[in-house]
Design a protein around this ligand. Structure first.
Ligand code: PMP
Length: 457
């Protein structure tokens, strides 16, 4: 259906190339232009209000108009709008935020800044390679990631990501990166296999991959505690408990990608704490500044820090860093965001509202279009299927249709393939959650009706 584009929409299609957007459909239908935000709501340029069930891109944990963060950003721009951390320079906001990250992430000893999640994971791989070079293990360089993991879109981080559309059109992954199975019991378990048995099998498969590749060639394993963009996949019981001993047995670094899970999202400060993962290093971004400024951080443990700090004379300085890594405004905003999370005990708030969120999701688990409802903290998903755990013949179409219906009802959610995913601001109230879920039943019914008519079922 072609619509008459507004002036703003015409300017948009004539000037922008959009990320993760079907360019043909976009040119025909035009952009949805967003103008302002307030609490858990955003308003478009026609004045229509939407409840934002994804906190933007999983980042605006404190909602869309936190005055304290805005004031801190302004004050930092007034004082020192830019400086860098290259060649030994420093500034207090960067130091202060690193201290706060260390306090919140037990076992972490040093912090390195970038601007995005992709860059954080890029840094992680460089650190792992530098570390093994420093230790005289030049062959220990391969990285194991997971199918459906999401770690970003730059060349190496896109290679770590385990989704076909991030690889197929770009001749990725690059070499030295391997993917092990997705810990999704609903889709991946054998008939009758319990969650614990499934977890143990995945750990055995990981071990077999390590043995086949050669343990002396594997540097690191990277995982999100809860997979986000792959569809909010909560690992089965005993998963990281089974994976960790395998990594330890072969001296493999464990990288926790906490870009979504960090800072209270799962009801703990970090997702690895809730899921019993013991990382040697952590990637953070998004809620680090509640999305108000582009900033990411990598924290490493004392052992890694020691190797890097004490070997740089032998193998050369750590020749890596970004112009905007640790931007003063980003660090000031991040520091203020962490203060708010601590002052308001956001992890406790998430745990308190979690049962209400879970109840809403579970209300829909028996809908004919829903194969599985899953949730942890304030992350959730409804997995759409044509029945049982089968896949639709045209993956993604039904999920996209449902997300579009919801927008018409004033609700912004995303379809990750055929998983409808939820990641509302962590400040959301029970009443606002009721509002977010209000049109879901009717939109599922309408999508079911459409899917039958279109032959998707
Ligand atoms: N890691 C995870 C877990 C993510 O969810 C994302 C972004 N969705 C990234 C890395 C990449 O972050 P960015 O888009 O800031 O590069």
């Amino acid at each position: 259906m072609t619509v008459q584009l507004t002036n703003m929409q015409t300017r948009d299609v004539e000037a922008l190339l959009h990320p993760y957007t079907n360019a043909v459909t976009h040119r025909a239908q035009g952009a949805h232009v967003i103008e302002r935000g307030e609490g858990v709501y955003i308003y478009d340029n026609t004045g229509k209000r939407f409840i934002e069930g994804m906190a933007g891109l999983w980042c605006c944990g404190l909602g869309f108009n936190n005055a304290e963060l805005v004031e801190v950003a302004k004050a930092q721009l007034d004082k020192l709008p830019y400086y860098h951390l290259f060649a030994g320079r420093s500034f207090e906001p960067a130091i202060e935020l690193a201290e706060k990250i260390k306090d919140l992430a037990p076992g972490m000893s040093r912090v390195f800044y970038q601007s995005s999640g992709s860059e954080a994971n890029e840094t992680q791989i460089k650190l792992a390679w530098y570390y093994n070079n420093a230790l005289g293990r030049p062959d220990k360089k391969k990285i194991i990631s997971r199918v459906k993991g999401y770690h970003g879109v730059s060349i190496v981080s896109a290679s770590l990501t385990g989704l076909p559309y991030n690889h197929k059109s770009f001749d990725l992954p690059v070499d030295r990166i391997h993917h092990t199975a997705t810990p999704h019991h609903f889709r991946g378990a054998h008939a009758g296999e319990t969650e614990l048995e499934f977890s143990k099998r995945l750990a055995t498969e990981l071990e077999q991959m390590i043995e086949a590749e050669g343990p002396d060639t594997i540097a690191a394993f990277i995982a999100e505690p809860v997979m986000g963009a792959g569809g909010v996949i909560v690992p089965p019981e005993g998963y990281f408990e089974a994976i960790m001993p395998v990594l330890n047995r072969y001296d493999i670094l464990c990288i926790a990608d906490e870009v979504i899970c960090g800072f209270g999202r799962t009801g703990e400060w970090f997702g690895h704490q809730r899921l019993n993962m013991q990382p040697t290093s952590i990637s953070m971004a998004k809620q680090l500044t509640s999305g108000y400024a582009p900033l990411s951080a990598v924290a490493i443990n004392a052992e890694m820090a020691d190797v890097i700090e004490n070997h740089s004379g032998e193998i050369g300085i750590f020749g890596h860093g970004f112009t905007y890594g640790g931007h003063p405004m980003g660090c000031a905003v991040g520091s203020a965001a962490l203060d708010i999370y601590m002052r308001e005990d956001i992890p406790a708030k998430v745990r308190a509202i979690e049962p209400h969120f879970r109840n809403h999701l579970m209300t829909h688990k028996d809908h004919p279009l829903v194969g599985e409802a899953r949730q942890i903290g304030l992350l959730g998903a409804l997995e759409l299927t044509p029945g049982g755990n089968a896949m639709f013949s045209q993956p993604g179409k039904v999920g996209a249709h449902l997300a579009t219906r919801l927008v018409e009802h004033g609700v912004i959610l995303r379809a990750a393939g055929d998983s409808l995913v939820f990641c509302p601001p962590m400040t959301i109230t029970e009443g606002e959650l009721d509002e977010l879920f209000a049109p879901i039943g009717a939109c599922l019914d309408a999508t079911l009706h459409w899917a039958r008519a279109e032959g998707h079922l």
